[in-house]
Design a protein around this ligand. Structure first.
Ligand SMILES: Cc1cc2nc3c(=O)[nH]c(=O)nc-3n(C[C@H](O)[C@H](O)[C@H](O)COP(=O)(O)O)c2cc1C
Length: 206
């Protein structure tokens, strides 16, 4: 914790002009917003369409994935488990903790059929347990990411990236990594607690 992603993420292969452009794009989100779809497409054109792969439980990461896909004309891929996580937040926390403790990698519903056609993979996921969710390790272990540049984008509930960068670098050692993007998203735990608290109080006054 505490180390800046940019200093933690070595480039493991020759850094191309496009990769440098991509990584320079993804320091602040404002930079993404400032770039029109047309100019971004022109810059990305040479390397082909990027893939925007993401896992999202409560929608924060999905929102950014959709924005990236629109602005960069990238293909969207949702990373899903064969067995969906429970609808209840606290049940999901319990399940994710068990998976982590047992080093369990949830089987994926689908893999990317045409991964070879992408040079750049934007990889979005929320921070779970101060780390990457186990399903992200499943995703990276499932396919060969050699010669790809992976650009992570992450949402957290206020506690930062944890060891998620090390986890993804270790899970796809053949890939190159750009610094990526991180922001605080809505915290489902707090939302759940506040809404349930409100319901409890309003039940008393009914
Ligand atoms: C199982 C679970 C574990 C979480 N662990 C953390 C954590 O360790 N640190 C943190 O800052 N946020 C944590 N969060 C909060 C999420 O990272 C945050 O709500 C994020 O915005 C969710 O993104 P999503 O809407 O794309 O699922 C956790 C959420 C869940 C469901």
């Amino acid at each position: 914790m505490g180390t800046k992603p940019s200093t933690m993420m070595p480039y493991t292969a020759k850094t191309t002009r496009r990769e440098m452009l991509v990584s320079s794009l993804f320091v602040p989100l404002a930079a993404v917003n400032a770039i029109s779809a047309a100019s971004a497409n022109a810059e990305f054109g040479a390397g082909g369409k990027p893939l925007v792969a993401y896992f999202s439980r409560s929608g924060n990461t999905r929102t950014i994935a959709a924005l990236l896909s629109r602005d960069l004309d990238g293909d969207l891929f949702e990373i899903e488990s064969v067995t969906p996580y429970p609808a209840d937040y606290f049940a999901t926390v319990d399940q994710a903790t068990r998976e982590r403790e047992r080093d369990f990698l949830p089987p994926l519903k689908a893999s990317i059929s045409n991964l070879s056609s992408y040079n750049t993979v934007f990889l979005g996921f929320p921070i779970w347990g101060a780390s990457a969710p186990p399903i992200i390790r499943s995703f990276l272990a499932n396919q060969d990411f050699s010669r790809k540049t992976i650009i992570p984008f992450n949402l957290h509930g206020g506690y930062g990236l944890g060891n998620s960068r090390e986890i993804i670098i270790n899970a796809a050692p053949q890939a190159s990594f750009a610094p990526g993007f991180v922001m605080e998203g809505l915290q489902e735990r707090r939302t759940t607690e506040l809404v349930r608290d409100w319901l409890k109080k309003s039940a008393q006054t009914r």
